[in-house]
Ligand binder design. Sequence first.
Ligand code: PMP
Length: 425
Amino acid sequence: DKSNASLLQRRADAVARGVSQIHPIVAERAQGCTVVDVEGREYLDFSGGIAVLNTGHLHPKVVDAVQAQLGKLTHTCFQVLAYEPYIALCERINALVPGDFIKKSLLVTTGAEAVENAVKIARAATGRAGVIAFTGGYHGRTMMTLSMTGKKVPYAAGMGLMPGGVYRARFPCALHGVSVDDALASIEQVFKNDAEPRDIATIVIEPVQGEGGFHPCPPRFMQQLRALCDRHGILLIADEVQTGAGRTGSFFAMEQMGVAADLTTFAKSIAGGFPLAGVCGRAEVMDAIAPGGLGGTYAGNPLACAAALAVLEVFEEERLLERARVIGERLQTGLQALQARHRQIVEVRGLGAMQAIELGEQGDPRVPATALTARLVARARDRGLILLSCGAYGNILRILVPLTVSDAQLDRGLAILGDCLDAAD
Ligand code: PMP
């Protein structure tokens, strides 16, 4: 019996309940922007496996590259025997990451691992241990990244205190009354109350907060953060795990912030559905850790590197950065039209194709419309559209549609969302 219900029963019996699931669907296959479940029902995928599929499901170029690599080798462990795709990918990434300085890279497997390694590198390079992270930030589920992630339930709940030395600053958000100056002042408060600047190795920030609610960082804040880091010898880490690989209309979102980070993390869409992540940064900072201090058995897997190199080619051939900007404008226009009809939509925001709506009861941004958002996600799915929510209160609907989406599919998705909002009124 291959029904959704029977497989989900087996899932419930066999898989730890901590691994939750947003949609009660078991996927069978996927292509481009669509996913088909085990019962043959087709869905339009506006989630992209949480920001992993900027080039869509099974992009033919990515599949070809992985198949070609499968005919050569799938594993040596890069620390035992090198292979060219890893080297070639680091060369490409070094050229793509913003920053007018010589760069080096490291490949790992997951976004959390990339963030962990970026912090380790910053600690080694500065000889300091402190980390400043932001309210609403998300950096992963490993112990150190859980310290940095600014949302404890459900990610760290019941697991006790996480590693120390992480201090929390406020992320600027005009809608909720946190100005750029307030956010800067909160860092000065950390320096006063918690840890002196000389004990802080790094400030870690997402150029657009992803899980925290699609809040773009005002470029002015990023610029002041850069100046503050330079003043105190602190390294700036841009966590581009969700914003990177073209989602925001530039290959890395920091290109739109007017300053460069010392270290950049990337993952998700970089390898079009294969597990790959990494850290890229100033060569002398990256080299602060001695041989043997970085790596991992599977880190920089050859199939994933081949996929990533193909993803970069697809971006050029299909001009996906330009497309990301056009998709962003089309989404913004469509979402603003919905906002004009539905007062619960308190804000439409984002950067490039990373767009979202925030929902507040009676149009009040202070009262998160969490239940309504969950209802909209469920209704949209019943009508064939896979959406995700995010934010501290789960009241933000976010769109992470593949950049290979057609205008017709984009409009269909927006129409379904509009119908669901109408039905909720
Ligand atoms: N950083 C950011 C900004 C993320 O969005 C995520 C994943 N949502 C992570 C880190 C963690 O990545 P992973 O789940 O691959 O460990």
